[in-house]
Design a protein. Structure first.
Length: 317
């Protein structure tokens, strides 16, 4: 039985073996915003005496840029942010995502959907619902059968159709964010039944990240605030699949001059890691955005010395 309201206790603590991760998409080199997420997650792992893993989220292959994975790793190492285990690539984990999808199908939570984004938009408009720019459209349930459990899907075919998870009624998720405090989201009203495999056959971020975090035994997730709205969906999938829930901490976003999130899509400038002097300057800017102060700023400070001081200062001010 799936809980409609999630108030699960934190399943882990640093004493149980802290495992954190940084999971960039190789759509370009690291910019100031992604360095903030990398530094914050690295510092949280080091402050708690845990491990920090690097996962390359190259699931959406059409958006990946050749050479970006190698460049990201070079930039991280230039900033002294080394990882503790072998790098995982989502593009090499299709079988794991397929097993999770088949498991959900066996539990009779899936149904096929042929709706395009334009079809969904037209349906919402016909219902008098206008979706603001840059906000996700709430799926209106166009393809959802009257009874999911009485109409199980025998096979997950490779036809041009997406696969959605059928949410229970009043699917209200509550969780505690270590930085932002109590959070809640009604998935029915704010998201609707969401896609786990796209019509082009690609698995979605929501499914892949949950499977990866569970199989890598991730206990703490430190990431940008732009991913906060995804958390309730991921917690719901964790419950359905029987996974433990990690702790969550969402970091403040770096914005451009127009107040938009700094991103590769808005042509954000990559961080300068050509030498230690420039890499340390980038780290200092990231630390300042994270609210860290009283860190060494002398010309002769090494990156290793600076990171040690930043680790001591992390979440203790």
């Amino acid at each position: 039985m799936i809980l409609a309201v999630s108030k699960l206790k934190n399943p882990s603590s640093p004493a149980d073996g802290y495992r954190g991760r940084f999971a960039p998409s190789p759509t370009g080199p690291l910019h100031a915003g992604s360095l903030v997420a990398a530094l914050g997650s690295w510092l949280d792992a080091r402050k708690n005496g845990g491990k920090w893993l690097l996962r390359i989220e190259d699931l959406d292959t059409p958006r990946c840029v050749a050479g970006a994975t190698q460049q990201i790793q070079y930039q991280l190492l230039a900033c002294g942010l080394s990882w503790d285990e072998e790098v995982i690539h989502q593009s090499q984990r299709q079988d794991a995502y397929k097993r999770a999808l088949e498991r959900l199908n066996g539990l009779q939570y899936l149904y096929p959907c042929i709706c395009s984004r334009q079809m969904i938009a037209n349906t919402l408009i016909s219902q008098g619902i206008q979706t603001p720019r840059n906000q996700e459209m709430v799926y209106p349930g166009t393809c959802r059968p009257a009874s999911i459990r009485s109409n199980p899907v025998e096979t997950l075919g490779e036809l041009q159709q997406a696969w959605r998870i059928a949410l229970p009624q009043n699917c209200h998720i509550e969780f505690e964010d270590s930085a932002l405090g109590p959070q809640s989201q009604n998935l029915n009203k704010e998201v609707g039944d969401f896609v786990l495999r796209r019509s082009d056959g690609l698995f979605t971020y929501q499914l892949a990240v949950v499977v990866d975090d569970a199989e890598q035994n991730i206990t703490h997730i430190v990431r940008g605030k732009d991913l906060l709205s995804n958390t309730a969906r991921q917690i719901y999938l964790q419950e359905v699949l029987g996974y433990q829930r990690p702790d969550y901490l969402h970091l403040p976003l770096v914005l451009d001059e127009h107040g938009e999130k700094l991103s590769k899509q808005t042509l954000a400038t990559q961080i300068n890691t050509q030498d230690e002097k420039h890499a340390l300057l980038e780290l200092r800017k990231a630390a300042n955005h994270l609210g860290l102060s009283h860190l060494p700023d002398g010309e002769n400070v090494t990156i290793a010395e600076w990171l040690l001081a930043a680790t001591h200062a992390w979440r203790s001010e």
